[in-house]
Design a protein around this ligand. Structure first.
Ligand code: MN
Ligand code: MN
Length: 467
């Protein structure tokens, strides 16, 4: 029989023990965590669309000395460059002291979030109320988007080549919008429908007006009034919606959650919580890193990373080629030695929905950045499934710096699943591991994360860049 101390030592030595991060960090670190999250909340409020994220990221990057990457540029260690992809995605790099054929250290996150996009011909009037028709983007639970305040953000591209920025609902003097829901008094039949069918996609119509144009007769007077106001404010006509990208997003800003202010509630934290971590870590790099550090903020992850601004786009390859060309290095020689942290959120274990989680392999709130060896569904389909060596590399990287991390699997086997940009990086012959912040109410209009986990993810990104 071993004595208690020996058993305790054995426990420390042999057991994989999870820790609540607040028990581990000291008071100075606590202040750092809270300070970091103030900047993160500003990023969320400015970046409610992918274009908004890029614009704000550019402000921060330029202030930190980043310059636009031009093809043929001579790149010397310590130089900071960026390239924006059509206003919707951006790659940034800090050139390392080691040549590019030693590989680069990448953090890749996405800045698009689930939302309601306006249809190309959105505006209509029914029963003297004006609405905008929407087509939802990404995986949403549609019932969550009714009866909440919404704002509109986006751009209208005019035929003359100019771009009009549209934003209504975020300024204090602005009106906001909403989608109406059925009253419970008349909801007897409606309440019997399954959750996924109760609010059909085609009924997500945004209420935008009810006042008829004064002195007018005939139909569509409310719609005409809305068009007149839009024309006065933006100089646009109904046909201009055809070449527009306008997103309806929740009109509330990021806020602290809990008496202890330990959490953040906000829209769009998947995956802006990791995008900010990757960006901020790059901006905060002190000095020249050994390997070149690359931060990727991608678009279109929520709909499969397709398209010209998604992670599958050759935009990334062109960016890497241009970096490598400056040192006469073949890009394939660079990529095969590179490492990518695919930084994306994971599901946090939710004690209110225990039936869908397997507790031993779930990410817990406040236990640090969640490392995810594989994502996917139905037997890991669609996952890149990182090699054991890649996981070991990150374990060492984080443990050496006392960064709190945990292993994470998204829910029970065959309960569902999801994907990230990881597979598209791995397909390029880059060792890639998923890691990110555990989120409660993921993909809802109001997602919740732990401030400690946000900070640990930032620290993990920094560790990857520093190599
Ligand atoms: Mn995501
Ligand atoms: Mn997502």
């Amino acid at each position: 029989m071993q004595d208690r101390t020996a058993a305790g030592q054995l426990r420390d030595k042999l057991l994989y023990q999870k820790k609540n991060g607040w028990d581990v960090v000291d008071q100075d670190k606590e202040q750092e965590i809270f300070g970091y999250c103030e900047g993160y909340k500003r990023f969320l409020d400015r970046g409610k669309t992918e274009r908004g994220c890029v614009a704000y990221a550019m402000e921060l990057a330029k202030a930190a000395g980043f310059v636009e990457l031009e093809r043929g540029m001579t790149l010397t260690p310590g130089m900071k460059v960026y390239r924006v992809n059509r206003g919707r995605a951006v790659n940034l790099a800090v050139i390392g002291s080691a040549p590019m054929d030693q590989g680069v250290s990448i953090v890749a996150a996405h800045i698009d979030s689930p939302r309601l996009d306006l249809k190309p011909t959105p505006l209509y009037e029914d029963s003297e109320l004006a609405f905008l028709k929407t087509h939802y983007y990404g995986g949403i639970r549609k019932y969550q988007w009714v009866a909440i305040p919404l704002e509109l953000r986006g751009v209208v591209a005019l035929k003359d080549g100019s771009l009009v920025d549209v934003s209504v609902g975020s300024a204090p003097e602005d009106p906001q919008f909403t989608i109406d829901d059925l009253l419970p008094h008349l909801g007897a039949d409606h309440a019997k429908k399954p959750l996924g069918e109760a609010i059909p996609g085609e009924s997500l119509n945004i209420l935008v007006g009810s006042r008829p144009l004064r002195g007018e007769e005939g139909t569509n007077r409310v719609k005409l009034m809305v068009l007149q106001l839009l024309h006065q404010r933006y100089g646009i006509t109904e046909a201009d919606f055809i070449s527009a990208e306008i997103e309806a997003v929740p009109a509330f800003n990021a806020t602290d959650i809990g008496f202890d202010r330990s959490l953040i509630g906000a829209y769009g934290q998947d995956d802006r919580v990791c995008a900010y971590a990757g960006l901020k870590a790059l901006l905060d790099l002190g000095g020249t890193p050994c390997r070149t550090a690359v931060c990727v903020l991608a678009d279109k992850e929520e709909i499969g990373s397709e398209g010209v601004s998604g992670m599958q786009s050759a935009f990334f390859d062109t960016f890497m080629n241009d970096l490598c060309d400056s040192q006469n290095v073949k890009v394939r020689a660079c990529l095969e030695k590179s490492f990518c942290l695919s930084c994306d959120v994971t599901a946090a274990y939710d004690p209110n929905f225990t039936e869908v989680y397997e507790k031993n392999n779930s990410a817990m709130v406040n236990q640090g950045v969640g490392l995810c060896k594989y994502t996917g569904s139905r037997g890991k389909a669609g996952a890149s499934d990182a090699g054991a060596e890649a996981v070991a590399y990150v374990r060492r990287l984080l443990d050496d710096r006392n960064i709190l991390w945990q292993m994470a699997e998204l829910g029970k086997v065959d309960q569902g699943g999801g994907g990230t940009v990881a597979c598209y990086m791995a397909n390029r012959n880059i060792d890639t591991l998923d890691a990110g912040v555990p989120v409660l109410s993921m993909h809802s209009p109001f997602e919740t994360v732990s401030k400690l986990d946000c900070y640990m993810t930032y620290a993990a990104c920094k560790a990857v860049y520093e190599g």
